[in-house]
Design a protein. Sequence first.
Lengths: 165, 458
Amino acid sequence: MKLSVNGVPHEVEADPATPLLYVLRNDLKLNGAKFGCGLGQCGACTVMVDGKAVFSCLTPVMLVEGRQIKTVEGLGTLDEPGPMQAAFIEEQAAQCGYCIAGMMMRAQALLEAKPDAGDADIRQALEPNLCRCGTHMRILRAVARARDKMRSTSAASSGTTGRAS
Amino acid sequence: MKRFWMSVAVLVVAFGAGLFAYARKPAIGPVQPPHRSAFDQALIEKGAVLASVGNCTSCHTRPGDRSFAGGLAVPTPFGTIYSTNITPDPETGIGRWSQAAFTRAMREGVDRAGNHLYPAFPYDHFTLVSDKDNGALYAYLMTRQPVNRRPRANELPFPLNVRLVLAGWKLLFFDKGAYRDVASQSAEWNRGAYLVNGLGHCGACHTPRNRLGAEKKGSHLAGGEAEGWAAFALDAGSPAPVPWTHDSLFAYLRQGWHADHGVANGPMGEVTGNLGRLPDADISAMATYVVSRMGEPAPQRVAKAREIRTKLSTDAGAIPIPVSAKAETPTGRGAVIFQAACATCHDGSRPQPFGGLDFHLSSTVNAPSPQNAINTVLFGLPAASGRQSAIMPGFAATLRDDQVTDLLAYLREAFAGQPAWPDAADRLAATRGGKYPVSVRPSDGIERGPANVGAQDK
């Protein structure tokens, strides 16, 4: 079975009913997405498929063959974090961190679809993702910061003078 | 010949004048908005309960906005109607309406100024409401916060934008008059009929409508639709695999779910949420009446229900079709999707309402139309704000159209023992594309209105 994850093609052997989450973690060793409830009720397993946020724990791998999968590993690296990851670091939005990969992927999907998302949009979009530590206010600030970063980056790259961010 | 045409002209004019006289209703004089002290507190409280039964807030409040200030867009097959402001504001609401004007609106569908009201306001049901209950509703509404706001004008094409046309509609379809007890039935049955067919206006969704938007007289509670959802038949055609009983229907209406039937969702979630204010005796009466409309279930249905119960008590947790062998067929692929995406909740051991319903029991899977199954798969059951609720994630982003139809084909075959719905693909495309609008609501609870989550003035 052929999967495209973070732009990289992979060939995996798996029962078609295997949840995408297990394939990502066990076969591809991409451990960013987490197993939380296994019921699509907590959001820790959220990844992007064709630009939309989905619960990977409830997505049989059969359904995503030939589609573009993006995980938190696809947002940036330790040395060069992407704008979403940098914003979460700057706001110190993680406490235990278990929910954060899912939070970032759902927020990324929102901002890719709606770059000028307002605070109410962010709150509404993140509604399915739970955080037991209670860092919601920091998470909301981090997503707003990521939105501003992405906007200034795209403004800079389309402008004539350019600007380091 | 000339005389003939003369008499035709006279007849036409006379008929027209008669119709006009019939169609026109007089205005009822304005009053000073009554002060709160004009109403007994107990009467206001009774009115609050009745307003919940009538689900007034659902149409007359925009989600998150001021209670009863109107302006909600109500899509109809004929155009969009915007609900009116029923706060006691003297200029834009019903502040200048007397009790008589209010009662006339409920009984006849005519506003204070004498204009006919569109039957989106279900006066074909509210006509049954007693003068006494109209008094309580009036007391309640006239003591709400006035909001000065004029809702948008309706968007209806000619000639439907001429309200006089409604006189003709009423002539054809409207039976005016307060509820009268059926002597051969018990007091409880009559109370139930009064609530179900009157203020509760269950038939507004659960009775099919004709091309002019009127409920079909011979098909009372035979199943209709509302806000993009099938409203299941409440007569002998009920699709419930385990037939409803008085007790199960009472529990469902009281608590918003029942182990044999699952949770109330779609617009029904608001209904069971609203009924929360009603005393047990009234809910029991409604159950008595509706179950009497369903009648004794046929012996085959009873036998099938017994079979389902036995199955669930002996092999709970078993997946009905072995998946590995059949991944090349639609139902085989559907089985794979079911196993990974649905079974963790719907074939698990957690009890309802927070665990999923076993689909052997599902009216949705057994229903003649795939619409509710499509809505639920795509949009799930969103979490309610500020209270506990059953939830389900939506799969719109996960499943492509062909994958949804594979899943639906599997659910039909495995759990209802029936062939795939022939109209599933068309309905799915219309639903996903937004051509067929669906309102998505949390289970069991009202999101709008006074003292409820969602209204700005909570």
